[in-house]
Each structure stands twice: as structure tokens, then as C-alpha cells.
Ligand binder design. Structure first.
Ligand code: S3P
Length: 170
């Protein structure tokens, strides 16, 4: 029996959104997508929020939302890829659930995100080298935050979800 919330974290393009939707079906749990909630509340795409108000403003909204979400119970939260950048966010997640890190190689991430323009952090830097560097800079933070780590390269969404459920039930 899975208790508490499930927070999916990981670099952009590791499959958090896709996996959360499949997990929702498998576990019959509610699912929330942080980026979508921020876009809806702010009434503009994330790239516009970054451009108009700056990254710190976005990160403040993100942290505020996590504080709200920790009051929920038995919800799957697909987090933005940068939630681990602020240490307090990790505490907010751990207060109410378990943190599942999805990992992928820079090449896999690139293949998944190369045709998108919605991620301001990668705009103008859409290449494997940059993705690898940024991933390396963030690696320790992701790994420290994670209760469970799931490698997603070459796996189907269903396989990833099964691994998550197995790990959560242990
Ligand atoms: C970000 C990841 C994005 C989004 C924003 C910043 C990041 O979420 O929150 O563009 O800094 O890694 P996804 O991981 O869902 O793309």
C-alpha cells in the first residue's frame, strides 16, 4: 500500500509528465503537474514568465506551490526539473511523501526535447554538450533529494512505472 505523496523529479526530458500520467492510471491516484499549474495561474507560458520577470520569480512561485502541495495526501506530483535547486524544496517534498528521481543520459534527454521551445533553460543551448554540463552541475542535488532512482533510458513508460511501484512497495 502506497502512503503519502509521490514526487517525480529529474532533469528536463526524463519523462516526469508522461510517467506521472501512466502512474495515475496504475495507482488510481490524483496527479498534478507543477509546470501546468504555474502556467495556468500566471496566465502565460514558462518562457514568458522567465523573460518578463526572471528566473528567481519563477523559482519563488515554484517553491510556494510545493508548500501548498505538501498539504495534499496521496497525490502524484510531476515536478519542474529545477525544484532541487532550492534546498528548502527538498524538505517540502520529504515532509509529505517520497521522492522518485527519473534519470536519463544527455543524449536521451536531447532526443526527447530537441524539437521543443518551451524550456527557457535550454533555449539557445539545445545540444548534448550543454545538456550534459547542466546535468552534471545538478547531479548531486538530484541524487541527494532522491529516495528512489529509476533509470529511464531505453525503457517504456509502463516499464518505468512498474519499477517505481515495485520500489515504493518495498
Ligand atoms: C526547468 C524545467 C522545466 C520548467 C522550467 C525550468 C529546469 O520543467 O520547470 O522550464 O530548470 O530544469 P520540465 O522538467 O518539466 O521540463
Amino acid at each position: 500500500m502506497i502512503q503519502g505523496n509521490i514526487f517525480l523529479i529529474g532533469f528536463m526530458g526524463t519523462g516526469k509528465s508522461t510517467v506521472s500520467k501512466e502512474l495515475k492510471k496504475m495507482l488510481s491516484m490524483e496527479c498534478m503537474e507543477m509546470d501546468d499549474m504555474i502556467v495556468e495561474r500566471q496566465g502565460m507560458p514558462i518562457s514568458d514568465i522567465f523573460e518578463k520577470y526572471g528566473e528567481d520569480y519563477f523559482r519563488d512561485i515554484e517553491s510556494g506551490l510545493l508548500v501548498e502541495l505538501k498539504e495534499k495526501n496521496k497525490v502524484i506530483v510531476s515536478c519542474g526539473g529545477g525544484v532541487v535547486l532550492r534546498r528548502e524544496n527538498i524538505g517540502h517534498m520529504k515532509d509529505s511523501g517520497r521522492v522518485v528521481l527519473l534519470s536519463a543520459t544527455p543524449q536521451t534527454v536531447y532526443d526527447r526535447v530537441k524539437n521543443t521551445t518551451s524550456r527557457p533553460v535550454l533555449n539557445g543551448n539545445m545540444n548534448v554538450g550543454y545538456i550534459g554540463e547542466l546535468m552534471e552541475k545538478r547531479r548531486e542535488k538530484y541524487e541527494k533529494a532522491a529516495d528512489i532512482v529509476i533509470v529511464t533510458d531505453g525503457k517504456s513508460t509502463k516499464e518505468v512505472c512498474r519499477e517505481i511501484v515495485d520500489a515504493l512497495e518495498k
